[in-house]
Design a protein around this ligand. Sequence first.
Ligand SMILES: Nc1ncnc2c1ncn2[C@@H]1O[C@H](COP(=O)(O)OP(=O)(O)OP(=O)(O)O)[C@@H](O)[C@H]1O
Length: 273
Amino acid sequence: MLSQDRQNYANKFEKNLIEIKNLNLQYGSDNRSSILALQDINLNLKEGEFLCVLGPSGCGKSSLLKVIAGYLKPSSGSCLMQGEMIKKPDWHRGVVFQSPTLYPWLTVKENVSFGPKMRNLAKNKIEEISSYFLDEVKLSGFGDRHTFELSGGMKQRVALARVLANYPQVILMDEPFGALDALTRDNMQGLIREIWQENDTTIFFITHDVDEALSLATRIIVMSKRPGEIVKEFKVNFTSQILAGNKKTVIYQDEYFKLKNEILEIINSQIEK
Ligand SMILES: Nc1ncnc2c1ncn2[C@@H]1O[C@H](COP(=O)(O)OP(=O)(O)OP(=O)(O)O)[C@@H](O)[C@H]1O
């Protein structure tokens, strides 16, 4: 795949969903103990794109996600969704963390139904939505189980179905597969790739794994060490090639290796020696 083709593919995502302008985030107000986590972030998240964020540990990836989610307010600059300032968490921005936060006293189906119930949807609609998304994450037969009966990968699929059941405009994922074994992780990557394609979802995805980013993203941003700034971005489309064909043939291309090395070099240059 020529880099021009990659560029053209990524450019098909045009419409801004989230606009981040000149954003700084500082923890603590006391000058001596305060930490500048994010510095001068300018980033537009486009509708339908799959954006992966890479960077050294502590560079501010989770902090950026928390600002977008509405958990944290920027110290300066702005973070807008469809032109509106993000002020607090909202169902329109679904969040999936590395450790799934499920309600252990509820069944799998009740966990997935929770959001639609809170939004006072009709009983039959709630049933329809929860069945649909349990099926999407391949857990149809597990609706009556309790979450403690499930494996780590299954719990993460419930967490994903629970977020999807709210039809969010964007899904924010913070190393969602970081705690899973290699095989489960590969399956989960396949699942999120399909869900992204089938539902035209917009995804903001933090990972430490360059291969994960390359095989999922339509765009990758690489951040500097703290205070986190965006060092470089890459438009990629291996994910659509994988959807259309065979993962192995895609990840053994020269183009893939070249990009992987370039990204690894940037990340390594940011790790404090
Ligand atoms: N609540 C907090 N109070 C003070 N400092 C914080 C707080 N949360 C994060 N930090 C600091 O801000 C910086 C960025 O943290 P953040 O968790 O966003 O980085 P990260 O890139 O997600 O890290 P990792 O990859 O290790 O998860 C770090 O130096 C961290 O110690």
